[in-house]
Design a protein around this ligand. Structure first.
Ligand code: MLT
Length: 260
């Protein structure tokens, strides 16, 4: 079904068993989790939504707050009538996962925080995002995408095919989706004080060579979340689960063995 077909539900729901929900980063789509859908749906129920404004899905609010994205995921889970889920979030998806943990703890069985952090933006970083949002509004998403693509991968994984695949995922984002999420990320609160309240099993994953989100951010998350496990995956950058799907699956399956 073409991505802009109104009958496209904008989520993947494949397999049976414990529901694992995968929330994509910025400015990506559920397609970034395809290796996990392929590998894990024989053992688990894999649910992966496109967030509003991404992957060909229409954007709704002018500011895509992390809370609104978390509520959007919760509505989908209600629609799909799931039992409590293990929620994995990549980067911006991790900001959303932390908002979800705050707002919908009853829907949560476990958390997987991938290449993300709990802190808010510095004032300077937030101002930079607002400026970028203005540029995107005026000129489209291409310049932002071109600037981001190479940084997403570890230098050892920057072959032309992989760069084209990441570009393709990003170019399915809409102008409104990108501006809304930039403004939403700029406004997001500090989730650090809530980390000590997280009561579900948590896995924190980072690529050893992430140039977008320092691996130290993941180490800090793992140190602050009681009983969590930290996995540092070699030869992987910001797209750690996409770059090293076998190592990511191994880490996830091993950790899930303790959750189930
Ligand atoms: C992402 O990959 O989701 C973004 O790099 C997150 C961010 O810009 O803070």
């Amino acid at each position: 079904m073409p991505k802009n077909d109104p009958r496209d539900p904008h989520w993947t729901d494949q397999g049976q068993g414990l529901p694992l929900v995968f929330v994509h980063g910025f400015p990506l789509s559920r397609g970034s989790w395809q290796p996990q859908v392929d590998d894990l749906s024989s053992s688990f129920r894999i649910i992966a939504p496109d967030l509003p404004g991404f992957g060909g899905r229409q954007a709704t609010p002018a500011v895509g707050t992390m809370d609104s994205f978390a509520d959007d995921v919760a509505s989908l889970l209600a629609e799909l009538d799931t039992e409590p889920v293990v929620l994995a979030g990549h980067s911006m998806g991790g900001y959303i996962a932390l908002a979800f943990a705050r707002r919908h703890p009853e829907l949560l069985r476990g958390l997987v925080l991938v290449a993300t952090r709990s802190g808010r933006d510095t004032d300077e970083a937030a101002a930079g995002r607002r400026e970028t949002a203005e540029k995107v509004r005026a000129g489209g998403i291409e310049a932002v995408v071109e600037a981001m693509v190479p940084k997403m991968l570890a230098s050892v994984n920057r072959d032309s095919e992989s760069l084209a695949a990441i570009r393709g995922l990003m170019m399915s984002s809409s102008r409104d989706g990108v501006t809304g999420a930039l403004l939403g990320m700029a406004d997001r609160p500090d989730s650090t004080p809530g980390l000590s309240e997280i009561a579900v099993p948590t896995l924190v994953v980072t690529g050893a060579d992430d140039e977008v989100m320092a691996p130290a951010e993941s180490a800090a998350l793992a140190a602050a979340i009681r009983g969590s496990r930290l996995e540092v995956i070699p030869d992987a950058g910001h797209m750690v689960a996409w770059e090293q799907p076998a190592a990511f699956s191994l880490a996830l399956r091993d950790w899930l063995g303790d959750v189930e």
